[in-house]
Design a protein around this ligand. Structure first.
Ligand code: NAD
Length: 505
């Protein structure tokens, strides 16, 4: 039964295995901390190999019956889950904000995108159909049948704990597989809440399971003989290693990695609009988004005007606890990550970029504002960093090359679209990119030449809806089939060709 009660700090976050809640027996684990206050919310224990085996075995057993159930029956728990998610959206958003730090509005938006995937997966009876051809050969009709494969695992990151599990779970189970989620150890409580609703939606025992843990847990899942495939979302080094490990043992794997997303501002762009969209893309969820545009390639003719707008807009941002309605920018996930982002800001200064808006001294206060260098009274225990805007970032600088994952934005002046596309395409990442222009010809070139998996023209964030795939290119993605939509059906099923002939006797 779902509960909106505040979690006890004593709570050990439970696994959900074979239809029951179980406390992991391992001594290994860590605290789940509210990044806005430093308060400990619960303890997450890391599941042992034995616990992973229990979950995968329960999934394998459940698969036998579940995969044979009529597809129409398999989607009924998803309809119930959609209703439950909507009914509990507000409590889920509060839980998400408490452990992640993003604002309540951002948490609500994230959950909406997650629910969208449940809705799309309810269409599996149509989406899972494969082709049939009469008279493929003399007297022979031929058809292809999609079949589920067994137990699939998904390993998800901290930054969208309510949405990213739903990129996978609804499609895996509706196509007839069993599913095991290993969420981020930093945000396990949102996953637990999701599974309270999943429990209420009445999937058969063992079809959908939750195990907590870190690297060793992930490796035990990947290595388990009865896991048919793995979906991963997280940083590039881990994505690469998960991809290699799973592929080595012949498993299906899709691994989404980190990002460095460029926004190109052409000379014809509506510059004020481009700056508004850029700031919103860069600072939403405190920059902890794989789709955050965090580096702008700006035509020299509009560069000064664009930077003026950015500085003005950065000054309007309210830094604070995500639960305060006036907050625009919440805290970063951990103190260690805040430290890393601050170090990258220092590196930017040392490498010669010009810090035109300095949010390093901004501190949080409900209702307070963060004008440059202002130190309003706030909560010293939260992981706060105000927006930092750099001008004069050159393509060789660390800020132009590395994922920052914080409220830091860089601007690089360029001569024209040729130079912008050339800089963009030299990036090792290829997750997303945006172009602001008033010229159709620019847009067409961008669409055909920009090397990134999610492209937007005159929009700050190239976020695909659930009925389209979500995936990057280059070091932002390892695999071929992406998350969400039609790709998920292909990932979670294999096709068998069936032919028959009935000769006249
Ligand atoms: P992370 O790589 O640290 O962790 C992701 C998951 O992997 C977690 O569940 C974690 O427990 C597990 N993990 C961590 N180290 C591991 C290891 N060595 N071996 C096996 N598993 C391991 O990522 P994060 O900090 O949680 O998330 C932020 C990153 O995720 C950013 O780089 C961001 O760009 C990326 N991300 C990408 C997308 C996308 O669609 N491309 C979406 C969201 C986030």
């Amino acid at each position: 039964m779902a509960s909106s009660e505040t979690r006890s700090t004593e709570e050990t976050v439970e696994n959900y295995v074979d239809g029951a809640w179980r406390t992991p027996d391992s001594d290994d684990g860590e605290a789940v901390v509210n990044p806005a206050t430093g308060e400990s919310l619960a303890t997450v224990a890391f599941s042992s190999d034995g616990e992973i085996d229990t979950a995968v075995t329960a999934g394998t057993e459940a698969f036998e019956e579940w995969s044979r159930r009529p597809v129409e029956e398999r989607i009924q728990p998803l309809f119930r889950l959609k209703t439950l998610l909507e009914e509990h959206q507000e409590e889920l958003a509060e839980q998400l904000t408490a452990e992640h730090g993003k604002t309540l509005a951002e948490a609500r938006g994230e959950l909406r995108r997650g629910i969208e995937n449940v809705e799309v997966a309810c269409g599996i009876p149509s989406m899972m159909q494969s082709g049939t051809l009469a008279n493929a050969a003399p007297g022979i009709d031929e058809s292809a049948v999609r079949q589920p494969l067994g137990v699939f695992a998904a390993v998800t990151p901290f930054n969208f704990p309510g949405m990213i599990p739903l990129w996978f779970l609804p499609y895996a189970v509706a196509t007839g597989n069993a599913f095991v989620l290993k969420p981020s150890e930093r945000t396990p409580l949102t996953a637990k809440y999701l599974f309270e609703l999943i429990d209420e939606a009445s999937f058969p025992d063992g079809v959908v399971q939750l195990v907590h843990g870190s690297q060793a847990t992930v490796e035990a899942l990947i290595d388990h003989d009865d896991v048919a495939g793995v979906s991963f979302v997280g940083s590039t080094p881990v994505a690469r290693s998960v991809y290699e490990r799973a592929a080595t043992s012949g498993k299906r794997v899709q691994a989404q990695g980190g990002a460095k997303n460029h926004v190109i501002v052409a000379d014809s762009a509506d510059v004020a609009f481009a700056a508004e969209q850029s700031i919103s893309s860069a600072l939403a969820c405190s920059g902890e988004r794989c789709l955050a545009n965090d580096i702008a390639l700006v035509d020299r003719s509009v560069h000064e005007e664009y930077v003026d707008h950015l500085v003005r807009l950065a000054g309007d941002q309210v830094l604070g606890d995500g639960t305060a309605p006036e907050t625009d920018v919440g805290p970063l996930i951990t103190a260690a990550h805040e430290e890393r982002v601050r170090e990258l800001v220092e590196t930017g200064i040392e490498e010669g970029a010009d810090l035109v808006y300095d949010g390093r001294d901004a501190t949080a206060a409900a209702g307070g504002s963060t004008t440059e260098g202002d130190a309003v009274e706030g909560d010293a225990d939260g992981n706060y960093l105000g927006p930092c805007i750099f001008d004069g970032v050159t393509p060789d600088m660390t800020l132009a090359r590395e994922e920052v994952f914080g409220p830091v934005f860089g601007v690089t002046p360029v001569d024209d679209l040729d130079e912008a596309l050339s800089v963009l395409n030299r990036s090792r990442f290829g997750n997303a990119a945006s172009l602001f222009t008033e010229r159709g010809g620019d847009a067409r070139r961008f669409r055909h030449e920009a090397e990134a998996g999610n492209l937007a023209v005159n929009a700050g964030t190239a976020a695909p809806m659930a009925f389209f795939h979500f995936g990057g290119q280059k070091d932002s993605f390892f695999g071929d089939l992406h998350a969400q939509g039609e790709d998920m059906i292909q990932f979670y099923t294999d096709k068998t060709v069936y032919i028959e002939r009935w000769p006249d006797r």
